[in-house]
Design a protein around this ligand. Structure first.
Ligand code: XUL
Length: 509
C-alpha cells in the first residue's frame, strides 16, 4: 500500500492506495481553520500588515501532520502495510530554517510532538504563501538585475513572478537581513514536509523547484545568475535538486514508533500540488488538459519540451514522471465563488440553482482579490449574479490559456468546485469540448500516492489505468447552441480587459 499526503492551502489530506488491487483504501483530512483554530487562519492563511501579504505558520503544518496521522490510526487505516510515502504541497511557499534544523530532525523523540520539538528551527515564524503578491517591487529589482523578464522566462519557464520563491526570498532578505543571515536552509512546503518524514533535509524535486524562479529548466540545476539576483547567499541555502519519484531513504523512527509504520517504509520526494495533480489525473503524457478547481483555478497539461507563455503569465514546471508541464493559475478561483456566495448569503445548492437559471449578457472582471493572470487590481462587485461570475471566470481562462496550444479532445476537471454540474457545463460550452470528471476530487493526494508506488517500482501507465478513469456517465458535452453566445461574450471580455489591464500585459505578476 502507498500513502499520498497533500498539504494544500486549506488542509492536510491523506490517501492510501492498494496498488496491487487497484483500489483506494482510506482517505482522511485535517482542515486548518476548523481543526486547528488556535492558528487563527481564515481558509488556512493569515493576512499580513501590508496589502497583498499572505502567510501561513509552518508550525501549523507540523501540528496538522501529527493530527492527521493520529486520525488515521484512530480510524484503523492500515499504516503498518504502507510500503512508501510521497506528498504534495501548495507551490512556491518558502520555509526559513536555522542551523538547528538538521540536528533537531535527527533527534525527534516519539514521546513528544513535532510542534514541541521543532518550534526552535525557524528563522521566520511565518511562510509567505502563493497568494502573496506583495513583492512586485522585488520582482522589478530581480528582473532588472538579470536583464529583463525574458531572461527569467527563458531560464526558469516563468517571468519573475510575485508569488514565486525568489521574490519572497528577495523581500525577506531586504526587510530582515539579520534573519536572512541566520537562515541556514530554505525549503518549499513539499521538501520541508518530506524532510520531516525522512528525518533529514532532503532535495527539492524538479516539479516544485521550477516554481521558484531559481531553477534552470534545461539544465535541471540551480541557476547562479537568478540566485545572485535574489539575495546574497541564496545558492548556499538551497537544498539539492532531484527527480521526484526517487526514494530519499527510510521513514524517520519518530513516525514508525509513534504511528505503527514499518521501519523500512520508503520516503519518496514530494512535489508541488499541480505537478502531483498532473499524475493523479493520469495526464503525464501530452495531449489532455486538466482544469483544477481548487482555492486557485489552474489549467495545466504535460509537455515534452518547455514551451513558454509570451505574455509572461503562464509557467512551465517539471513533470514528476519526466519532461515538463505548462500551467496557468488564476488566483480568483474558488475563493471568488465563496466571496460571492457569502455576499449573497447563499448555500452552495442555491448558488447552483441560480447558475442554472441565470444568463450573462456582459462579462465582468472576476477579481475579488488582486489577480495574477492577468496582473490586475481587485474590482469591487455588488449584486452580481453567480452566472456572471462563473461565465467571466472561464472566459478569462479561455483567453489567457491560448498559449497552451491546440485545444485537446477532452478536458478533465478536478477539485472541489468540479462537483458543480453547472460549472462543468460552462467549461464545456466556453471551450466547446467535452468535460470529464475523474472519480477522485483529491487528485494531488492521489498523484502523491501514485508517485510513492512508482518510486517503489510500479509502472506509472498501469497505475493511471487503474486509478484515473472518468466517473461513469460523467462526460458533459458542449451545447452547440451556446457557441454563438459565448463567441460574443469572448469578444466583449477581450474589450473589457483591454480597458482595465494596461496593455501589453506586463510579465510582472
Ligand atoms: C500555482 C499556484 C497555486 C498553488 C496553490 O502556480 O500558485 O496553484 O500551488 O496550491
Amino acid at each position: 500500500m502507498y500513502l499520498g499526503l497533500d498539504c494544500s492551502t486549506q488542509s492536510l489530506s491523506a490517501l492510501i492506495i492498494d496498488a496491487a488491487e487497484g483500489i483506494l483504501v482510506h482517505e482522511a483530512s485535517v482542515n486548518f481553520e476548523a481543526d486547528l483554530p488556535h492558528y487563527h487562519t481564515r481558509h488556512g492563511f493569515v493576512r499580513g500588515t501590508e496589502p497583498d501579504e499572505f502567510f501561513s505558520n509552518p508550525l501549523m503544518w507540523l501540528e496538522a501532520l501529527d493530527l492527521l496521522l493520529e486520525k488515521l490510526v484512530s480510524e484503523g487505516a492500515p499504516l503498518a502495510q504502507v510500503k512508501a510515502i510521497s506528498g504534495s504541497g501548495q507551490q512556491h511557499a518558502t520555509v526559513y530554517l536555522n542551523k538547528h534544523f538538521h540536528q533537531a530532525l535527527q533527534s525527534l523523540d516519539s514521546k513528544g510532538s513535532l510542534v514541541d520539538q521543532l518550534d526552535g528551527i525557524f528563522t521566520r515564524p511565518v511562510s509567505p504563501i502563493w497568494l502573496d503578491s506583495s513583492t512586485v517591487a522585488d520582482c522589478h529589482e530581480i528582473a532588472e538585475a538579470i536583464g529583463g523578464h525574458e531572461v527569467a522566462i527563458k531560464k526558469t519557464g516563468s517571468s519573475v513572478t510575485p508569488r514565486f520563491s525568489a521574490a519572497q526570498i528577495h523581500k525577506h532578505a531586504r526587510q530582515f537581513p539579520k534573519h536572512w543571515h541566520a537562515t541556514d536552509c530554505v525549503h518549499l512546503v513539499s521538501s520541508f514536509l518530506a524532510s520531516i518524514l525522512s528525518g533529514r533535509s532532503v532535495s527539492i524535486d524538479y516539479g516544485d523547484g521550477a516554481g521558484m524562479n531559481l531553477m534552470n529548466l534545461s539544465g535541471l540545476c540551480w541557476d547562479g545568475q537568478m540566485a545572485k539576483a535574489t539575495a546574497a547567499g541564496t545558492i548556499d541555502r538551497l537544498p539539492d535538486l532531484c527527480s521526484t519519484a526517487k526514494v530519499t531513504g527510510a521513514i524517520a523512527p519518530y513516525f514508525s514508533q509513534k504511528y505503527g509504520f514499518q521501519k523500512s517504509v520508503k520516503c519518496a520526494h514530494w512535489s508541488g500540488d499541480n505537478p502531483c495533480s498532473l499524475v493523479g489525473m493520469g495526464v503525464v503524457r501530452p495531449g489532455t488538459w486538466v482544469i483544477s478547481l481548487g482555492t486557485s483555478f489552474t489549467l495545466f497539461s504535460a509537455l515534452e519540451q518547455p514551451h513558454t507563455d509570451p505574455a509572461g503569465y503562464g509557467h512551465v514546471f517539471g513533470n514528476p514522471i519526466g519532461g515538463y508541464m505548462a500551467l496557468s493559475c488564476f488566483k480568483n478561483g474558488a475563493l471568488a465563488c465563496v466571496a460571492l456566495k457569502d455576499q449573497l448569503a447563499l448555500s452552495w445548492d442555491a448558488f447552483e440553482q441560480l447558475l442554472s437559471e441565470g444568463s450573462c449578457e456582459a462579462p465582468i472582471l472576476p477579481y475579488f482579490e488582486t489577480e495574477i493572470t492577468p496582473a490586475a487590481a481587485a474590482v469591487s462587485h455588488q449584486d452580481i449574479h453567480p452566472r456572471e461570475l462563473i461565465d467571466s471566470q472561464f472566459l478569462a481562462m479561455r483567453h489567457h490559456t491560448a498559449w497552451h496550444g491546440e485545444l485537446p479532445e477532452t478536458i478533465l476537471v478536478t477539485g472541489g468546485i468540479s462537483r458543480s454540474d453547472q460549472v462543468c457545463q460552462t467549461i464545456a460550452n466556453i471551450f466547446q469540448r467535452p468535460v470529464q470528471r475523474l472519480s477522485t476530487s483529491s487528485s494531488a493526494a492521489l498523484g502523491a500516492a501514485m508517485i510513492a508506488a512508482h518510486a517503489d517500482g510500479h509502472d506509472i501507465d498501469l497505475l493511471s489505468e487503474l486509478y484515473c478513469q472518468p466517473e461513469k456517465g460523467s462526460t458533459i458535452e458542449p451545447d452547440p447552441n451556446s457557441f454563438e453566445h459565448y463567441s460574443k461574450l469572448k469578444t466583449a471580455y477581450t474589450k473589457l480587459l483591454s480597458k482595465h489591464v494596461t496593455s501589453p500585459p506586463k510579465p510582472t505578476n
